[in-house]
Design a protein. Structure first.
Length: 86
C-alpha cells in the first residue's frame, strides 16, 4: 500500500485503520516530496521519525516502512507531520 503524502504541508495528523479484516498489507510505503515538511512521525507497534530533507528537486520519494513497525493485528497506525524540527 502506497500512502501518498505529496500534498501535505504545515502540521497535521491522521489515524489509519486496516480496511480488510485480515489486517494490514504486507508492505506499506510513504510517498513524500522533499522540503514539504520537516519530519513525519509514524506510530504503530513502534515509533519511527523520518526527517524530510529540503531539496531543490521537486521529485517525490517513496520510503518503505519497516516491517517491525506494524503487524497484521496493529489496530491503528498514526501519521503526524510537522514543519518544525524533528
Amino acid at each position: 500500500l502506497l500512502i501518498d503524502l505529496v500534498g501535505i504541508s504545515g502540521s497535521g495528523r491522521v489515524a489509519m485503520r486496516p480496511k480488510a479484516p485480515s489486517g494490514w498489507p504486507v508492505r506499506l510505503a510513504l510517498r513524500r516530496r522533499p522540503g514539504s515538511v520537516a519530519s513525519i512521525e509514524v506510530i504503530g507497534d513502534q515509533r519511527l521519525v523520518l526527517p524530510v530533507a529540503a531539496a531543490a528537486a521537486t521529485a517525490t520519494v517513496e520510503v518503505p516502512l519497516p516491517a517491525s513497525l506494524y503487524t497484521r493485528r496493529t489496530p491503528v497506525i498514526t501519521l503526524s507531520w510537522s514543519s518544525g524540527s524533528p
